[in-house]
Every structure is written in structure tokens, then in C-alpha cells.
Design a protein around this ligand. Structure first.
Ligand SMILES: Cc1cc2nc3c(=O)[nH]c(=O)nc-3n(C[C@H](O)[C@H](O)[C@H](O)COP(=O)(O)OP(=O)(O)OC[C@H]3O[C@@H](n4cnc5c(N)ncnc54)[C@H](O)[C@@H]3O)c2cc1C
Length: 457
């Protein structure tokens, strides 16, 4: 192996174990060893070493799993942090990228220089590895679909250490699973091949700042508008305590939590973007807003705001739910969450996803009208239990009435489980796993209750 192998007890083990985990709430789980792979051959060698030693295998690309899925007891943790090369084929528009490539920081600018685009994640530092395997909710996602829908092939090291290509014509079972299985994928992806698109000529943003007192009216109105909204328009409500929000001249931030309605839109021209955003022009509480800005933006600019909301070196307790609930049901539950936010960076979003559309044949299979996700962000270890209990109980309340399931990206199944794949898809994935990794060498879903996996809450 060319990469460094650090055994438990060696110098540098702790840094290798959790140094690249984004969430500062680090787990008490201890791999047998960590391999910092430098290329696909190293990954093959690592997989074979694990077979030889009888170790399990866990995988890390960007390290952004909230629950630190990569850190597993007694496994060989194969860290793919060095696999971040990007190559573009002009003839096909396909880009090949290593799994630790960051979406908005590395992939998006690389493509923009070539007039191309890909629905990269909203937060700049997320690795494409975990992001794509679990679905990938990115910029322009309502129009472009889940980012994994644009995966055309993956290079995979199998559980027994063979490097194979999986696409629609070869190893099609792995290709199917690579689009939605997330941490249940029975292989190690060393490279993604992604279909890119012509970069939309313009991106616009439109942001309104409201008091929480007006939130109920805004939620009801958005539920009325959403089913008819052009898919290029992406409305997100975010309850935030950050003070850097649009405010009219002379208006002071009243303190506490405010509600932002932040809508982005990619379009062919400024005029078209303005027309599309105009569909959100009849908000019933217009005139009561504290601020409003609209104008051209870019993925790079939007990522700066996302990074500000998701600081490093903080502890995060996170949960999410897809819901088809009506505004009558949802609004009071959202307000309960939003009124309870009590740290500077904690936030909670309502992401309008409807109308849903038929999905291609891939593992990913659960989505709903609206995506609700809550991120409690704090610094003190003593608050871990309190914030985890709160976020999972409040999200469970949303899941109870009209909940459809969860998106793997914002879950922690050691605390709360729900359905993430359609039942038939889950059974098919289990069959792929049994065939491809019969001894269960590659760490699967991290859960406190295996029998409760993919059970609809
Ligand atoms: C600040 C922040 C913002 C986020 N924003 C978004 C967003 O906008 N949209 C969105 O969809 N999600 C978002 N997420 C969720 C994120 O996409 C997931 O946590 C994802 O798993 C992170 O991928 P990663 O490679 O960085 O994580 P890692 O922790 O490295 O990987 C997570 C797990 O995925 C599996 N895995 C990763 N890479 C491979 C591979 N190469 N081969 C096989 N299995 C692999 C492994 O089981 C691994 O343990 C965000 C997360 C954070 C922390």
C-alpha cells in the first residue's frame, strides 16, 4: 500500500479516526485501523487486508455524515480523502471525479470554467461520495432531480477486493444500488462518472425576512402555491437566529429567531428568472416583512451563506422528515421547532419539493411534498443529550401525521429511524447486499435497532 496505515494504539490514530469528521460530536467507536488510501489500488489492497485480518470495512469520503457513519468499531476505516481528481470529457459531457471531491468548492467551479453544471450539494464542503450514494439534494434539484440520477457509472472495489465498473450494462445491480443505498452500498466507490449539463445562463435569488408571528400565514400560502410552482423555482423557508439577514433601512433586527423565505431559480435569462420568481409575489403578509432582496446570484455566492450557517468545530444534532401533511397540521409543529431554536447557528428548514415526479429505476425511492430538516448547533458536550432528544422528538411529531419517511443525508438511526427506501427497493437492496457482500464485511446502516431499519415510523 502506498497510503499510510495507522493501527489502533499507533501515533496519529485519533486524528486518523475522527480528524476529518465534520460534526464535532465525535463518536465513541474505534476502528481496528485506518488506511489513508491514495488511489484505487490502495483501496483494493485495503479490502484484501481486511479479508485477511477478518476486519469489517468502513468508508469515509468527505467526512460529512452527521452521525459519523465512517467510524465503526473494529473495522478497517478506508479514508478516501486523497481521491479527489477531476477529469472532464468534452465529447460526452461526462466528468469523472474522486469520491472526496467537494461539490460546490471543487466540482462546481471546475465545471463552470467549462460552461457546465451539476446539481452539487448546498453546503460547499460536502464530499460527493456520501452525497451521491444517498441521493444528493443539490442546487437546482427540483428541476434536475436527485444528483444520483446523473450518475452514469461508478468504479467500485467489491467486498472481496476486485475493482469493477458498474453502469447500466455491466454490474447493473451495483449501479442500481449506488443511486440511493447510501451507507448500505455493498462496495467502495473510487470514482463517479457524472453527466453534466450546460450551465444555466443565470441564477437568481429572492429573500424575504419575516417575523415568526407571520410564519403560520406564510406556511399556509406556500402550501397553496407549491403544487403549481415551476420546478426551476426552489423555495426554502429557514428559521434562523443569524443576524446577517436582509433588513430594510431603518429596521433593526428584533432579536431571536426570524423566518427567511429564500428562493433560488436557474433560468435562461434575467427576465425569465424574474417571471418565474413572480409566482411567489402574492404572499398574504406582504408589507409586514422586515426586509427583502432579490437579484442575480451564483452557486459560489449561495455556498458562502450556507457555510456561515454550518460552521465547523460545532456539535450538531440533526433529523429530517418528508411530509405530505397539510399546512394545518404542519404549521404548529414547525412553529414549535422554530420557537425552540436557542443557539446562534441552530436552524430549521421547510423545503418545498412538490410536485414529485416518477423516479428512474434506482434504489432511491422515498420523497414527499415537503422536506423538513432541523439542525441544532452548539458547542458544549453537556448539551448533547438534551439537543438530540429535542430534535428527534420534534421531528418524530412531524413524521407521525403525514410523514412519508426520511432522506438518509440528515438522519441518525442510532436515535430515530424511519423509512428511507420503498419496501420493494429495500428488499431488492438486501438481495444485492447478500450477493455482493455475503459476510457483511462492508459496514452497512448504523442503527441501534436493526429490526427497525426502513420501518415506516
Ligand atoms: C454541513 C453539511 C451540509 C450538508 N448539505 C447537504 C446538502 O445540501 N444536500 C445533501 O444531499 N446532503 C447534505 N448533507 C448531508 C451529506 O450529504 C451526507 O452526510 C453525506 O453522507 C456526506 O458525504 P461525505 O462523503 O462527506 O460523508 P462521509 O461521512 O465521508 O460518508 C458517509 C458514508 O457514506 C458512505 N460512503 C461515502 N463515500 C463512499 C464511497 N466512496 N464508497 C462507498 N461508500 C461511501 C459510507 O458509508 C460513509 O461512512 C450535508 C451535511 C453537512 C455536514
Amino acid at each position: 500500500m502506498k497510503g499510510r496505515l495507522v493501527l489502533r494504539g499507533d501515533d496519529g490514530y485519533e486524528e486518523a479516526r475522527v480528524g476529518r469528521v465534520f460534526n464535532a460530536r465525535r463518536p465513541d467507536r474505534f476502528p481496528a485501523a485506518v488506511l489513508d488510501a491514495v488511489d484505487a489500488d490502495d483501496v483494493v489492497a485495503g479490502a484484501r487486508l481486511a479479508v485477511e485480518r477478518g476486519w469489517g470495512i468502513s468508508i469515509r469520503s468527505g467526512g460529512h455524515s452527521w452521525a459519523a457513519w465512517s467510524v465503526r468499531d473494529d473495522a478497517l476505516l478506508i479514508d478516501l480523502g486523497a481521491l479527489r481528481s477531476i477529469e472532464y470529457d468534452e465529447a460526452t459531457g461526462i466528468v469523472a471525479a474522486g469520491p472526496a471531491t467537494t461539490g460546490a468548492l471543487e466540482l462546481a467551479p471546475f465545471l463552470a470554467d467549462r460552461g457546465r453544471a451539476f446539481p452539487v450539494g448546498h453546503c460547499a464542503t460536502v464530499g460527493i461520495g456520501g452525497f451521491l450514494l444517498q441521493g444528493g439534494q443539490g442546487w437546482n434539484g427540483r428541476a434536475r432531480g436527485w444528483a444520483c440520477e446523473s450518475v452514469v457509472a461508478v468504479d467500485v472495489v467489491t467486498a472481496d477486493g476486485a475493482l469493477v465498473r458498474a453502469d447500466a450494462t455491466q454490474n447493473a445491480d451495483l449501479y442500481w444500488a449506488a443511486r440511493g443505498a447510501g451507507p448500505g452500498f455493498p462496495g467502495i466507490v473510487t470514482r463517479f462518472h457524472l453527466q453534466t449539463y450546460a450551465e444555466p445562463p443565470v441564477m437568481w435569488q429572492d429573500t424575504w425576512t419575516f417575523r415568526l408571528d407571520d410564519a403560520e400565514a406564510v406556511v399556509h400560502w406556500l402550501h397553496r402555491v407549491l403544487p403549481h410552482l415551476d420546478r426551476r423555482v426552489e423555495p426554502v423557508m429557514a428559521a434562523t437566529r443569524l443576524t446577517d439577514v436582509p433588513l430594510y433601512d431603518g429596521i433593526e433586527h428584533p432579536g431571536g429567531t426570524l423566518l427567511l423565505l429564500h428562493t433560488t431559480c436557474m433560468a435562461d435569462s434575467d427576465d425569465e428568472a424574474l417571471t418565474l420568481l413572480g409566482a411567489l409575489g402574492d404572499c398574504p403578509v406582504l408589507g409586514r416583512e422586515l426586509g427583502h432582496v432579490t437579484g442575480p446570484t451564483s452557486v459560489a455566492q449561495e455556498s458562502v451563506a450556507q457555510t456561515g450557517q454550518n460552521p465547523e468545530d460545532h456539535r450538531y444534532a440533526v433529523d429530517c422528515a418528508w411530509t405530505d401533511a397539510s399546512a394545518d397540521v404542519l404549521a404548529p409543529l414547525l412553529l414549535d421547532i422554530w420557537r425552540g431554536l436557542d443557539t446562534e447557528h441552530s436552524f430549521s428548514i421547510w423545503y418545498g419539493w412538490a410536485p414529485t415526479r416518477p423516479l428512474p429505476d434506482m434504489a432511491f425511492s422515498v420523497e414527499g411534498n415537503v422536506y423538513v430538516a432541523t439542525y441544532l448547533v452548539y458547542r458544549d458536550e453537556a448539551d448533547d443529550e438534551r439537543y438530540q432528544t429535542r430534535v428527534h422528538e420534534q421531528t418524530a411529531a412531524i413524521a407521525r401525521d403525514g410523514g412519508v419517511g426520511v432522506y438518509l443525508g440528515d438522519t441518525d438511526f442510532t436515535r430515530r429511524q424511519d423509512r428511507f427506501l420503498a419496501p420493494g427497493h429495500y428488499a431488492r437492496l438486501e438481495a444485492v447486499r447478500a450477493e455482493r457482500d455475503p459476510t457483511g464485511r462492508i459496514a452497512s446502516y448504523l442503527t441501534a435497532d436493526r429490526a427497525g431499519l426502513n420501518v415506516h415510523a
